[in-house]
Design a protein around this ligand. Structure first.
Ligand SMILES: C[S@@+](CC[C@H](N)C(=O)[O-])C[C@H]1O[C@@H](n2cnc3c(N)ncnc32)[C@H](O)[C@@H]1O
Ligand code: SF4
Length: 367
């Protein structure tokens, strides 16, 4: 069975104003204890076969060189060398990705880098609470190329406060000029508890939609394949780890806040850094949530993930039987469309995907 391995590194230099991911600023002194905890957790899942590796965060590139080597050793001892994974991604932020770290990552065998840029405008980066400039990103990106990375993803966020359509498209154009193999474009989400939420910032949804629509056109014209709601890739560079997730494949997550999906059971580790470290020190489980989806909920989850992929779904008889009415409703509304044997999100549905997805998540409404 194919399986992904996700390792969470929940440390950041500074917390961005929009981010509600499990990540902690100014906790670098905890990194060594965290790696010890990760080593203890990894032993519990030793030798489970995984083909794709994703080290995400937080900011994995905040680790120092010797800490990255230590992480690689944990992976090698319990699973296999990083170089033996089909795809091995390391997330990096521009301010902490140095040439030395790039050399270490290549030496270990990482073959894919995912870089958070968000915007090419320094005033927007400042507003977001990012600790890097656009030119620092370009320097780090070029260093990654020189260092041998031939598969790089870059993240952008559309719909920033006071951002115009032209300003956002400028960021997209500047990024396209660098020709990363993969681009992720997210619409800004205002998450409860973040500074943006507290400031009462609201997104201009029609403007954000225009940004996302025009971005898709620019990227498609530049040869990128729009294969998932937020993801674009040059041919052959679709992210394997993420695609496996959208196919509802199994994955094992290690670390604070990491989620796993194995044998039909979803599990989630504690999102509290100290609790995670303490649990692993004391031989206790860090898992705080576990559920086995079955029947209609399981089928709905598979469908919801599958519809994220733009080439759509060839419905099974079971999916037709359990969700035929809901699918018909969205076909009539024009949010889903039939193409040959498949059903997929329509152009309209792409921007109203959450409305479609609600039909596949319990409690199920009567149609
Ligand atoms: C898990 S984050 C970590 C990446 C890395 N630490 C960074 O910030 O560059 C992955 C991506 O999610 C996106 N993201 C995070 N919070 C978001 C939000 N509230 N709205 C839209 N996109 C968001 C950003 O593009 C970010 O690069
Ligand atoms: S967006 Fe990235 S760098 Fe910013 S706080 Fe979240 S994980 Fe950290």
């Amino acid at each position: 069975m194919r399986r992904g391995l996700y390792i969470h590194v929940p440390f950041c230099k500074q917390k961005c104003n929009y981010c509600d991911f499990s990540s902690f600023a100014r906790q670098e002194k905890q990194i060594d204890s965290y790696l010890t905890a990760l080593a203890r957790e990894a032993v519990l899942y030793r030798e489970i076969a995984c083909q794709m590796l994703y080290v995400g965060g937080g900011t994995p590139s905040l680790l120092q060189e010797h800490q990255i080597y230590r992480l690689a050793k944990i992976i090698r001892k319990n699973f296999k060398p990083v170089s033996c994974f089909e795809e091995s991604t390391f997330e990096a932020n521009p301010e902490s990705l140095t040439s030395e770290k790039i050399a270490v990552l290549r030496d270990i065998g990482f073959n894919r880098l995912s870089m958070g840029l968000q915007s090419f405008h320094d005033e927007e980066l400042k507003l977001l609470g990012r600790v890097h400039t656009a030119s620092q990103f370009v320097t780090a990106y070029k260093a990654a190329r020189i260092g041998g990375f031939s598969n790089i993803n870059v993240d952008l966020i559309a719909g920033l406060p006071k951002q115009s359509l032209e300003q956002f498209l400028e960021s997209v154009q500047q990024l396209v000029a660098l020709r990363p193999e993969h681009v992720s474009v997210y619409g800004l989400q205002i998450e409860e508890g973040t500074p943006f939420f507290e400031q009462g910032i609201v997104c201009d949804q029609p403007l954000m939609r225009s940004m996302l629509e025009e971005t898709a056109t620019v990227l498609e014209n530049a040869g990128y394949h729009h294969y998932e709601i937020s993801n674009f890739a040059l041919p052959g560079y679709e992210a394997k780890h993420n695609s496996h997730y959208w196919k509802n494949g199994e994955y094992l997550g290690l670390g604070c806040a990491a989620a796993s999906y194995r044998q039909g059971v979803r599990r989630q580790n504690t999102t509290r850094l100290n609790d995670y470290i303490c649990c692993m020190e004391n031989g206790k489980t860090p898992i705080v949530f576990s559920e086995k989806l079955s029947g209609k909920a399981q089928v709905g989850e598979t469908l919801m993930l599958a519809f994220r992929q733009l080439d759509g779904v060839e419905l099974t008889p079971e999916q037709e039987q359990l969700f035929g009415k809901e699918i018909e409703k969205h076909l009539k509304k024009g949010l889903l469309t039939r193409v040959d044997k498949k059903v997929k999100l329509s152009k309209e549905g792409l921007y109203l995907a959450n409305e479609v997805f609600r039909s596949f998540v319990a409690p199920f409404e009567d149609v």
